[in-house]
Design a protein around this ligand. Structure first.
Ligand code: BG6
Length: 501
């Protein structure tokens, strides 16, 4: 992994970050007018361009089915940028320079007779130059696009491909995508994106765990009682109903983002931060996940779907209305009691929870430590220590400790946090996850991307849950929009003597 450097604490709270320019590159975005390209990819490239990291002679080529000119494409992305970003950082002169690099080529990748030559013409003649093919399209098109690129002679030795999630819909489809893509690109030129790995606070998990000596001796079933990982969203399914209704929360969030968070939280110390060292450790965690069966699904999982309700005083429609269907069994919420069957984590439940239209947007990892083995404080209640890693928003790390409340009145204990908030400690702009990931693709750094076997192992576990739900006809529980999921998710933890934080 590149970019690792630590500065001594000089007492100042100011952080500085340096942008090391990358080599000039050509980047083709398949799905160039899609939501992801307009909201995330183009804005991320623009920011890194303005930061001086992307050389001016790089090329960005958007492509999609529609016939339109480069000028029309540039208008689309500029309008989208103004609409989706806060607008404060729109620098007209920088945008004008950025636009010089952007072009558009119409290409219907599903058409067998499509003309791939025009795409080739839009790329640099220099065959040594880094070429990135970003597939921001549905997964059923991945293999066809790779074959099309190969047949058109566009895959050079410095080419790499980026696969956007979802990477299939189950283990079998993921495996056949992996095989099809590997027939064109070697594994070390395939960048499978999980944008959670590009988030600052998610990368910080590695530093927190492996850059501090304090935590490791406690990081196991000896001192940890249970772990909670929550990714709650207040948004609904937006305009993505068609995709989402076929996917559901388990495939959309758990298979990738939540399992990646679980891996970084639970994996053993990697030999180094090199891609394969990290990915091998993550794979071991995924392989040790205990499968969910039809016998234990009802006790270990909850599926929910949002009904009409209020989020921040605003009335929100139910899921069916949002998606525009009369009936759907798709879950917009899932809670799971997971177990990692290895020495470190034996007996430690790991609760995963994600949902749409919940009360607030927040992603947290909660490490709940065990109580002290014996209390010398008589009848005084002692709260066990807890580490809360707030991934987003209001990024923070809070370690809740017992302290003596100062003053008269005997030995009164209080639970207070050592409170490290990003807002108080750092002043840099937080880059969007895609910025870092895109630059890593250009740099050829695979550490924050998933390897094929990792994705397949994650699907295997998720498939066990889907099969268990099917066999046991697991109920779909309704929850009101604005609630933290269905009551059954709270009941599940109560059964084991725990409570969501
Ligand atoms: C995406 C999911 O991968 O992640 C979306 O498809 C979800 O459904 C999104 O809303 C959440 O990402 P973030 O960065 O807002 O937490």
């Amino acid at each position: 992994m590149s970019e690792t450097q630590s500065k001594p604490d000089d007492g100042s709270s100011e952080s500085q970050s340096a942008f090391v320019p990358v080599e000039a590159f050509d980047l083709v975005v398949f799905g160039g007018t899609g939501d992801l390209a307009r909201r995330k990819l183009i804005p991320s490239l623009y920011h890194r361009f303005c930061d001086g990291q992307i050389p001016e002679n790089s090329r960005i080529v958007g492509t999609s089915r529609s016939d339109r000119s480069g000028i029309e494409y540039r208008k689309i992305i500029s309008k989208a940028y103004k609409e989706f970003s806060s607008g404060d950082d729109y620098d007209t002169s920088c945008w004008d320079d950025f636009e010089q690099m952007v072009d558009y080529v119409p290409l219907d990748v599903a058409d067998k007779d499509a003309d791939w030559k025009s795409l080739g013409k839009a790329l640099s003649k220099n065959k040594e130059r880094i070429r990135v093919f970003y597939l921001a399209v549905p997964p059923e098109l991945f293999v066809g696009i790779c074959q099309g690129l190969k047949a058109a002679g566009l895959v050079t030795k410095n080419s790499r491909v980026v696969l956007e999630k979802p990477l299939g819909t189950d283990y079998d489809s993921a495996k056949s995508i992996n095989e099809g893509v590997r027939a064109v690109f070697d594994e070390n030129r395939i960048y499978r994106i999980d944008h959670y790995l590009g988030k600052e606070t998610v990368q910080n998990l590695l530093v927190l765990r492996f850059g501090n000596i304090l935590l490791e001796p406690l990081w196991s079933n000896r001192a940890i009682d249970h772990i909670e990982i929550t990714a709650a969203e207040s948004i609904g399914v937006g305009g993505r109903g068609a995709y989402y209704d076929g996917a559901g929360a388990l495939r959309d969030m758990v298979q990738n983002h939540l399992l990646q968070l679980l891996c970084l939280t639970a994996m053993e110390t990697p030999a180094s931060l090199d891609a394969d060292d990290v990915r091998t450790e993550k794979l071991k965690v995924l392989r040790a996940l205990r499968p969910i069966t039809s016998e234990n699904a009802a006790n270990h999982t909850v599926r929910g779907q949002y009904a009409r309700g209020k989020v921040n005083d605003e009335v929100m429609a139910d899921y069916l209305t949002d998606v525009g269907v009369d009936f759907s069994e798709t879950e917009t919420f899932v809670a799971i009691k997971a177990h990692i069957d290895n020495w470190r984590w034996a007996g430690v439940p790991i609760y995963l929870r994600t949902g749409k239209r919940m009360a607030t947007r927040r992603s947290d990892i909660v490490i709940q430590f065990k109580p002290v083995p014996h209390s010398v404080f008589g009848d005084t209640h002692l709260n066990a220590n807890r580490l809360v890693i707030r991934l987003q928003p209001d990024e923070a790390v809070r370690l809740w400790l017992e302290i003596k409340e100062p003053g008269a009145g005997g030995m009164r204990l209080k639970t207070v946090p050592l409170n490290l908030t990003y807002a108080d400690n750092f002043t840099v702009r937080y880059p969007d996850a895609y910025e870092r990931l895109l630059m890593d693709v250009v740099r050829g750094n695979l550490s924050l991307f998933m390897r094929g076997d990792e994705v397949e192992a994650a699907w295997k576990w998720v498939d066990s849950i889907l099969a268990a739900w099917g066999e046991s006809e697991q109920r779909l529980e309704l929850y009101q929009a604005g609630q933290d999921g269905p009551e059954e998710a709270h009941d599940m933890l109560s059964r084991y003597g725990h409570k969501w934080v």
